[in-house]
Each structure stands twice: as structure tokens, then as C-alpha cells.
Design a protein around this ligand. Structure first.
Ligand code: CU
Length: 116
């Protein structure tokens, strides 16, 4: 139930961006806490030249302790490896889509629950 609520928030936030939303496919439907993980980005508004990914905890003033690597699968699909959200709390994942020298940033808000 909690996962569904988070996903609805995610898609609602992305819907406010100007371009159609990139889809983010997480292995278990959600980003894990304090584990290195991979996910796939799908651009539904056509191919890009490249895609960059970063993440921050704005309220803590820090980013990730790993540096994700993005590999192009094809123009509209990108594989992201080496992600790790190492703390519980509110994170923002940033996807920068580069086309013809212009960059467009999408933000995915994620709140990770503490270990039970
Ligand atoms: Cu933090």
C-alpha cells in the first residue's frame, strides 16, 4: 500500500514538468534504502543524445556517496548503475535529458522509510 502511494506521488510530481515524463523502472518497483541498485529510464517523448542522473537529500545538504553510471541502451532507454540512497528520509532523484545541446531536468521525489 505504501509503495503504491509513493508511486502516485512520483508520477504526479513528474506530470508537472513540461515534457512528457521519463519512466523510471526500479527492480522492485521502488528504490531500496542503503543498497547499490540499478534502474532503467525510458524516454517516452523520443530519443535523447545523453542522460545524466544524480540525487540529493536537500534538507540534509548532501548527495549520494556513489557516482552513478548511465549507459545508453538505445535512444530512449538508459541503464543506470551504481545508485545508492544511503539514508532514510526525503530524496530527490534528478534526470537530466540532453538533446541538441539543451538539457532538461526532471525531478523524482522519493521518501525512504527507516529500517523497522
Ligand atoms: Cu541525509
Amino acid at each position: 500500500m505504501k509503495i503504491k502511494a509513493v508511486l502516485l506521488i512520483v508520477f504526479g510530481a513528474l506530470a508537472s514538468c513540461q515534457s512528457p515524463l521519463p519512466l523510471m523502472h526500479f527492480p522492485d518497483g521502488q528504490a531500496p534504502l542503503n543498497e547499490i541498485f540499478s534502474f532503467e529510464i525510458e524516454l517516452i517523448d523520443g530519443p535523447a543524445d545523453s542522460v545524466g542522473v544524480d540525487a540529493d537529500m536537500p534538507s540534509h545538504g548532501h548527495g549520494m556517496i556513489t557516482e552513478p553510471v548511465v549507459n545508453k541502451l538505445d535512444g530512449t532507454h538508459y541503464q543506470v548503475d551504481g545508485m545508492m540512497l544511503h539514508m532514510p528520509g526525503y530524496w530527490e532523484i534528478y534526470v537530466d535529458v540532453m538533446r541538441d545541446g539543451d538539457s532538461e531536468r526532471f525531478m523524482l521525489p522519493i521518501t525512504l522509510e527507516a529500517w523497522q
